[in-house]
Ligand binder design. Sequence first.
Ligand SMILES: Cc1cc2nc3c(=O)[nH]c(=O)nc-3n(C[C@H](O)[C@H](O)[C@H](O)COP(=O)(O)OP(=O)(O)OC[C@H]3O[C@@H](n4cnc5c(N)ncnc54)[C@H](O)[C@@H]3O)c2cc1C
Length: 406
Amino acid sequence: MTSPSPHSNSPSPPRFPVVVVGAGPAGLTVGNILRAAGVDCLVLETESREFIERRPRAGVIEEWAVRGLERRGLAGNLLERAERHSECEFRFDGHGYRFAYTELTGRHHWVYPQPLLVTDLVREYADVRGGEIRFGVRDVRLHDLDSDRPAVSYTDPDSGERRLVHCDFVAGCDGARGASRAALPDRARISRHDYGIGWLALLAEAPPSADRVLFGMHPRGFAGHMPRSAEMTRYYLQCPPGDDPDDWSDDRVWDELQQRLRAADRPPLTRGRLLEKRVLDMHNYVVEPMVFGRLFLAGDAAHLVAPIAAKGMNLALNDAFLLGDGLVAYLTKGDPTGLDGYSAACLRRVWDYQEFSEWLSGIYHGTSSGDPHRAGTTLARLRRVFTSPVASAAFAEQYLGTATAY
Ligand SMILES: Cc1cc2nc3c(=O)[nH]c(=O)nc-3n(C[C@H](O)[C@H](O)[C@H](O)COP(=O)(O)OP(=O)(O)OC[C@H]3O[C@@H](n4cnc5c(N)ncnc54)[C@H](O)[C@@H]3O)c2cc1C
């Protein structure tokens, strides 16, 4: 819950138009948009710069998001270095079935690891646009969010002293377990969906085994192959929720991946050292609305979508574009339209992506459900994507997030 701001020892605590809590893709994009318009802001981040520049997570960015970054001068390295993908592949019944989405839509998926994007965004914000940022802060708290003088306090990592910062707006971009979610008032409506399954998320120091994303639907469970770079590949293995990653030796992982992604007409997987092994219990949540007084939530702080459809970072960027633009319009021209419509505009795409993730989860996990009826309908759904032009077009639109309106 939010609390009244504590008294500060300093005669006049610093004041920024916007305090951004969290330096992930959402917070750094908001910060960059503000700085480009000459609006001062302060970004607060609990981790170190080195840590956030290395934290492995997402890799797939939809084309509309790339263009949104490009329009804001934030895609220089991405456009130079990212790989453009034009198809994915489903593997089931021992065969591979390519789905060429670019042929259908003219749009791509871009593969650019999240740590590279975060590195670009921090550099642009702090080193090029001169934005203020504090790393390693502790015990961040939000105050007076229902007033027009909200504040944020935190413990300075060097001195150990509490600092208080006044502002006009707080951008809550601190992910699923941050101070913003902890500050939500009782009137926040939080809906949640648990998939009841786990995914073992793996990062392999191994070149991709195909030049496209692979989805393996196998009676033993789902397996995924996501190229990240010429040397790195992310893999996923469906497992029981709460499974212990230590029970998954490297040999067990590779044998299981090989079985679940096997296709008669495709080469075997290229093995390598496993750098990350962790079990994700798959769930989604949505916080509604995304605005509480002067607190504007963005990204995972407002909604989580399990990595099933690779949508989370894309939604975080969509929020950040709308929030950054809305704050700039209000703070430089007094135009409240963007901020007034912010929550509703974000939530339309959020719910669409939530629904698609649940639909896709049905396909990924149906054949291993142990229920022959569900396995049968799953295969029927899959076949429809490959045989019906209407179903193919609908799948491509949702997979790439290209609907003309949300
Ligand atoms: C294994 C995995 C694979 C994924 N793959 C994809 C994919 O391919 N495509 C996709 O679109 N999405 C993917 N996602 C989801 C994506 O990583 C997230 O949705 C994205 O990171 C959300 O960005 P964000 O800025 O909202 O939050 P975050 O990236 O979580 O950033 C929040 C920041 O706030 C900081 N913070 C936390 N608490 C505080 C606090 N109290 N005060 C200050 N700072 C704080 C954190 O350290 C962090 O730096 C994946 C996620 C995982 C786990």
